[in-house]
Design a protein around this ligand. Structure first.
Ligand code: DGL
Length: 258
């Protein structure tokens, strides 16, 4: 099926997945859609969120004519993948916290999960921990403030160092914790700032490369990339438009979800 690969997130977090996709599939045409009118998703009520994600993705899929949808949002994927697959006729690839690879590399068997309030307590996440990290201690840390800091960064501002330090601090109670899962796609955008805010070196793991590899398996014929790829937003925002342009996207068009 022809058409770009559509990357969806609540905000700019999906751009960390775009970065991984550009490395893995440099020829592939991409499109980007975000629900910036309703950002952040991490503190919203589940039933409302499922309906909203469905409506925005349906509108973005129709507007972009995409061949596949990448839900580049852990908060959306751990809740709404089934609903999206039921209502869309194209492949849907989700993003979930990289618990399994973290458990594979942790030497001390103590890992941290840094994600939104919603993701750290979802049954989907708890099941991932049970299935792949049953022999590990997993410290789950809700860090919704980091979503805002990543948005600021892409809008051209510097993240606030004390907010970063405060958000990470529950991870450091046990000196044995050696691996941190970035379970929100916004967080890899803050990579160097997170390293800087950490009091000691740890291994940081995100899902970007694994998702890109999965997309490459699912989308076997890519539609070639052309300059100024399409992007879609749910509220006008000039700073966001500039941020999207720095990742190769054309000026965003406004979506009107049902
Ligand atoms: N980027 C999203 C994620 O991966 C969530 C950000 C939000 O709370 O909207 O979880």
């Amino acid at each position: 099926m022809a058409g770009p690969i559509l990357v969806f997130d609540s905000g700019v977090g999906g751009l960390s997945v775009v970065r991984a996709l550009r490395r893995c599939l440099p020829e592939a045409g991409l499109a980007y859609a975000c629900d910036n009118a309703m950002l952040p998703y991490g503190q919203r009520e589940d039933a409302w969120l499922v309906q909203r994600i469905q409506a925005v993705c349906e509108a973005a899929v129709a507007a972009s004519g995409c061949s596949a949808l990448v839900v580049a949002c852990n908060t959306a994927s751990t809740l709404a993948l089934e609903a999206l697959r039921a209502c869309l006729a194209i492949p849907v690839i989700g993003t979930v916290p990289a618990i399994k690879p973290a458990a594979q590399v942790s030497r001390t068997r103590h890992i941290g999960l840094l994600a939104t309030s919603a993701t750290v307590s979802r049954p989907y996440t708890l099941q991932l921990i049970q299935d792949f990290a049953a022999d590990c201690r997993v410290t789950r840390v809700a860090a919704d403030a980091l979503v805002t800091e990543a948005e600021r960064l892409v809008a051209g501002e510097r993240p606030d160092r004390s907010t970063l330090r405060r958000s990470l601090s529950p991870l450091w109670d046990d000196p044995e914790l050696d691996t941190v899962v970035l379970g929100c796609t916004h967080f890899p955008l803050l990579g160097p700032w997170l390293v800087d805010a950490a009091p000691r070196p740890v291994t940081w793991i995100d899902s970007g490369e694994a998702i890109a590899r999965r997309v490459a398996q699912v989308v076997t014929t890519v539609t070639p990339r052309q300059g100024g790829e399409p992007s879609f937003v749910t509220a006008p925002d000039e700073c966001l438009g500039r941020g999207l342009a720095s990742f190769g996207f054309a000026s965003p068009r406004l979506l009107h979800p049902a």
